[in-house]
Design a protein around this ligand. Structure first.
Ligand code: G3P
Ligand code: CA
Length: 437
């Protein structure tokens, strides 16, 4: 039994240690990588007006490497970065152009839009901030050494936009090899748009926003690398279903969740199997994920040390620690690594979700019986007037950390539907538009 548990632990430790590499392959490596990728939704909207250059600069200052944006098109065919279909909420368009209701982006030229103040609505400190063109935005992301999750917003409103975007990105150098390998992901709620973009640039990592039905995943995988899902509707079984399908680049589809601003919820989603979270509070969420990863690693190290002990007196306690560590570590699901995965998609060794859960159940059952046996022994030992050895107590203390088990957060009723509403309203956005198959 001890050998089997150690094997489980070793696998889990390997899987966990490989996860940061997986995240690192998506961008610049920082000193401590969280287990899952953290992406700044519209930049850093808790610190600066969304989708502006100030917002990605704020993200950079916070050490947030990945930023998300929304791309739309002006009346004269220029690509700009803005979330809403109208200029009302995030600029002073209503005041500056009082007769041009309903202030749709598509009804204004770039010159019109460049006159607008896109910062004062948020805070006077940002007065004069402009709506960025996509070109200017890309230059700033490059300058800041950041990476981009680009959303094609409402492509049906802008015929030909996907082709135009691909051409623009290519001209700006964003479809070159360096950017393909971990600096750009293109997503949309519109599956047809993602599919078209994939045809134009097959090497680019693509994401489909929304929660597509499981029955569609295998077909979608022909042009897709990740499902970027509404966190409010994520379940472990859906995460398993996503990971069970290989994407276009030969590795399992990834799962990113939005919009996750509660750090506990982010940790819960990581335990549930999310590969990344898209958040308005990237600094806070990333710190929570890093803390959770460090706790899991240290728990594994202590348990492994206990197993290495040759003392017979340690044996049962060590087994219990291993069971605990295996229990905790299996939850952030290991991903599968294909024989020759491209660097941008490299992921750790294979283990199926049902097998993992079975191992956890066996480990937990084994641990319960060991703990009960240990309790009896301790009582007998105390009554005999002997002190429990320090060697017994150390791993046992470690075992008490089990309350922090990551994967249990996910199933706790307190976390169900606890994902907060995004800070900014989302007027009329398509949720999932199936592609023509
Ligand atoms: O990246 C996910 C998220 O941006 C999707 O929703 O409305 O904020 O663009 P929305
Ligand atoms: Ca978006």
């Amino acid at each position: 039994m001890r050998i089997r548990l150690f094997a489980v632990l070793s696998g889990a430790v390997l899987a966990l240690s490989a996860l940061p590499l997986s995240a690192a392959s998506f961008g610049h490596v920082s000193a401590v990588r969280p287990v899952v990728l953290t992406i700044g939704h519209r930049g850093a909207p808790a610190h600066a007006p969304e989708n502006t250059l100030a917002s990605i600069d704020a993200a950079r200052r916070l050490g947030v490497t990945w930023v998300e944006n929304d791309v739309q098109r002006t009346k004269d065919g220029r690509l700009i970065v803005m979330h809403d279909a109208t200029l009302v909420r995030t600029t002073d368009a209503r005041r500056r152009y009082p007769g041009r209701s309903p202030w749709r982006i598509a009804d204004f030229t770039l010159a019109d839009i460049e006159r607008l103040d896109a910062g004062s609505w948020y805070d006077k400190r940002f007065a004069g901030e402009r709506v960025p063109t996509l070109d200017a935005y890309l230059r700033r992301v490059d300058h800041n050494r950041q990476d981009l999750l680009l959303e094609i917003k409402d492509p049906r409103r802008y015929p030909g936009m996907v082709e135009q975007l691909a051409a623009r990105l290519r001209a700006d150098g964003w479809l070159d090899r360096a950017h393909q390998h971990g600096r750009l992901m293109v997503q949309s709620f519109d599956a047809g748009a993602v599919k078209r973009f994939h045809r134009l640039s097959p090497a680019t990592v693509t994401g489909l926003l929304g929660n597509p039905p499981r029955r569609d995943l295998a077909a979608d995988a022909g042009w897709l690398d990740s499902v970027n899902a509404d966190a409010a509707h994520l379940t472990r079984s859906y995460a398993d279903a996503v990971h069970a399908v290989r994407g276009d680049h030969g590795v399992p589809l990834r799962l990113y969740a939005w919009t996750v601003d509660d750090p506990d919820r982010a940790v819960a989603l990581a335990g549930l199997g999310a590969d990344g979270v898209i958040t308005d509070r990237a600094d806070v969420v990333r710190a929570a994920l890093a803390r959770a990863a460090r706790t899991a690693r240290s728990r594994a190290a202590v348990a492994a040390h206990a197993v290495r002990s040759r003392s017979a007196a340690h044996a049962t306690v060590a087994e219990a620690s291993v069971a605990e560590a295996a229990d905790a570590l299996v939850a952030p699901a290991p991903r599968t690594r294909p024989a020759a995965a491209p660097a941008a998609h490299a992921v750790p060794a294979a283990r199926s979700a049902p097998a993992r859960r079975a191992r956890v159940r066996r480990a937990a059952a084994r641990h319960a019986s060991l703990r009960s046996a240990r309790t009896h022994r301790s009582a007998a030992s105390r009554s005999a007037g002997t002190r429990q050895s320090a060697a017994h107590r150390t791993p046992a203390r470690h075992v008490s950390l089990r309350s922090a088990r990551v994967h249990h957060f996910a199933d706790h009723p307190a976390h169900r539907n606890s994902n907060p509403t995004p800070r900014t309203p989302a007027p009329t956005r398509p949720r999932y538009v199936a592609a023509a198959r």
